[in-house]
Ligand binder design. Structure first.
Ligand code: ATP
Length: 364
């Protein structure tokens, strides 16, 4: 199902103006800080808000057309929402929660029960089928909410910060599960998040929203690893290296980057190494000992970053090309002590414990 949207929404002093298309089976992440307009965009799509101008269509079916006076109500849009809060019916069992959507579409009880049980096993929640929502952890309830959203067979699935309410231990497994079920079901989906990791793992493409406007968009890895605007660089706030997963880590050209693997990755699958610029140590001589991850580069630029200085590197003539754009955060004193300025040869070192390896969208 293809989504085409070109709308403007006014909310008091805030204005959102977005033009966006999402292809059939594509997963697009909308990334933005608090107040960027992400919820406003979702509200307009879901039919909860009326744009002041514009048009929204889903596979040619017009959902909103302000000029023509068309505004299809939320429940008739064929759009499913998975929110931060699972919002399960507390008085129904897990299985009945999932079967509720199909039942209200007129599907027979036995077919709806069968669908619910298949979807619950897809999200690894089959064992909770006869429990009530009050007897589930946050992560378990969110799995059930995913099954319920899929059971409604929406033409478009909206995911509104689906992992934001989960604790850090539950989020990676749920992220991996979401990635699997979204790919397997071939769903067209729009994911709203402020977490670049969600975008990386789940989305094919990312759209960066700032002050109600799209400031950058493109293939997720490309946008996050080589942000073209300072705004995206700040929001991404991460160092990213793309490669393939191998037995000793991320293989990129003839380098291997070691790191920890929060959720399983298939051998040979496209993956990324992610680390914080603050975890990067900068040396002006090759570091001694045998630290695992050391990359040669030259200083590209220096810019203030809060109380620190953010250094961006470029490739050295004899060094790997993929270091281009990596960032390291240092104190002003360290920058002065090391004599760092554009063109200076440096070695970046990152401990394996500070590097996380993640599968990326498009991979198996
Ligand atoms: N009901 C409302 N009436 C008027 N203005 C609103 C309303 N709700 C939100 N706004 C304003 O619209 C702007 C965008 O808010 P929105 O909730 O869409 O941002 P967001 O990107 O979803 O932020 P967050 O990540 O904090 O949820 C903000 O400036 C907000 O103050």
């Amino acid at each position: 199902m293809t989504l085409d949207l070109d709308i403007a929404v006014r909310r008091d002093s805030f204005a959102l103006s977005v033009q966006l298309s999402v292809g059939a089976g594509e997963i697009v992440a909308v990334l933005g800080r608090n107040g960027a307009g992400k919820s406003t965009l979702l509200g307009a799509l879901a039919g909860l808000l009326r744009p002041s101008t514009g048009r929204i269509s889903l596979s040619g079916r017009v959902l909103t057309d302000v000029a023509a006076g068309v505004h299809v109500p939320p429940h008739l849009r064929g759009i499913g929402l998975l929110a931060q809060d699972p919002l399960l019916f507390p008085h129904l069992t897990v299985a009945a929660n999932v079967a509720f959507g199909p039942r209200s579409r007129g599907i027979s009880r036995s077919a709806a029960d069968e669908l619910a049980s298949r979807l619950l096993s897809d999200v690894d929640a089959a064992e909770f089928a006869s429990r009530r929502p009050g007897q589930l952890s946050g992560g378990q309830a969110q799995r059930v909410a995913v099954a319920r959203a899929l059971a409604a067979a929406p033409d478009l699935l909206l995911l509104d910060e689906p992992l934001a309410a989960l604790d850090v231990d539950a989020a990676p497994a749920l992220r991996t599960m979401l990635r699997r079920v979204l790919r397997d079901s071939g769903r067209t989906a729009l994911l709203v998040t402020h977490d670049p990791l969600d975008a990386l793992v789940l989305a094919d493409r990312v759209v960066v929203l700032s002050d109600g406007e799209i400031v950058e968009q493109g293939e997720t890895r490309a946008v996050l690893s080589r942000p073209r605007t300072a705004f995206t660089a700040r929001i991404a706030g991460l160092d990213l290296v793309s490669g393939h997963f191998g037995p000793s880590g991320l293989v990129v050209d003839d380098f291997v980057i070691s790191g920890h693997v929060p959720a399983p990755i298939a051998d040979g699958a496209p993956a990324v190494a992610v680390f914080a610029p603050a975890a990067v140590a900068v040396h002006v001589e090759p570091p001694g000992g045998s630290p695992r991850n050391v990359f040669g580069a030259v200083v590209g630029g220096l810019e203030p970053h809060g109380d620190l200085i953010r250094l961006r590197v470029s490739r050295a003539v004899d060094g790997p090309s993929w270091v281009d754009g990596l960032a390291a955060d240092l104190t002003a004193a360290a920058v002065a002590d090391l004599g760092l300025e554009p063109g200076v040869r440096v070695w970046l070192a990152v401990k394996a414990a500070e590097v996380a390896l993640h599968p990326v969208a498009g991979g198996s």
